[in-house]
Ligand binder design. Sequence first.
Ligand SMILES: [Zn+2]
Length: 454
Amino acid sequence: MRTKFIIYSLGIALNIINATWAQSPSPSVDASPVTVFSNVRIFDGKSGKLSAPSNVLVRGNVIEKISITPIPTDRRADTVLIDGGGRTLMPGLIDNHWHTMMARPSVAQLLNGDVGHLYLVAGAEANDTLMRGFTTIRDLGGPSFGLKQAIDEGTIIGPRIFPSGAMITVTSGHGDFRQPWELPRVVGAPLSRGEQLGAAMIADSPDEVRVRVREQLMQGASQIKLTAGGGVASPHSPLDVTAFTLEELQAAVEAASNWGTYVTVHAYTPESIQRSIAAGVKCIEHGHLMDEATAKLMADKGIWLSMQALPDELAEAFPPGSFEREKAAEVFAGTDTTYKLAKKYNIKTAWGTDVLFSAALARQQGALLTKLVQWYTPAEVLIKATSTNAQLLALSGKRNPYPGKLGVVEEGALADLLLVEGDPLANIKLLEDPGKNFVVIMKDGKIHKNTLSK
Ligand SMILES: [Zn+2]
């Protein structure tokens, strides 16, 4: 009975599709929306200097032409002409360590609040993330699949999302937010709240790791995130612990690489980083407690470091004297050492904020980027947040949800663009006030903000 109904329904669906095709004219390239930026100085995401005054034509979602001479257009009524007035055109910013579902709510809201509320808050935050000039984020843990779908289909406004799905942790590891009364865990028993949400999944054997990894891939994960060592925000994980065994990490790497993508791990200590690399992990998140030998290993093996200068406000979220606050102090003290090691050994270094549970910090996303001028020139910082970050995103291979070039302004690249009031290479602080200084924000060829008259 059920089968018959499905076949009948399929028949109707096919008839509707056929009728739609018969009515609508075949799509032609020329029907794509066109935007022309004239008189802009281009920061292309790769070179540390601005171009001569140039013109840029965007057709559909692609940068079609860049020229120092005027680009003739057919002047269709719907062609958008933007006179840049000598302002800077640059690639949209990329945050390679973001949590779309966990940036704005409090820990209590995440663990106890209504799920519908969490999604609506995340939707509002996604809108604001794009309005801060971040056109792409790599989500490093949380149930971001539905949010990504709503953004990609145009239901709501937000950045491109490279989702990891749930971060995978061991019992008591970073990501295990259970209370002691929830122990013991029985395989097959109802999941904890964090697992039900898809924020984190607990796995304590190679077989369990494989299941959890494949579940994230099934939902559309573009990369897999494991927590290989202790973390600051987690109540049961000391910083010094090494979480997964080599065999468990290898199981994750094998499952991910069978799927054409990679594993990245949360890890601070030399032990957790080195074991992860031995298992085939391609990227280390944080690394704040690494030593010289580990830095050299990362450089020799071409392992990515996805790093940030964690803001003091993050530590202040925890009460003075608390376990979490003490761990924060230890990790934060390692920031300077790790950035210096990364530079000394020329480690491939990406950047991401890792804002968690703080609406106020989320609003400072751009300011968290400009903090890097303690270690890098403004040009290096801007290159890091655009083309370098895009190189890390490209590790997702065939699981990349947005095939095409990101993080650069060049012909053929995806049209994620910011028009900046001023020169961010000369004054990187412009990024700290995106509401004022980003006068045009374009993602995937669509203009989401334009304060200039046409
Ligand atoms: Zn994180």
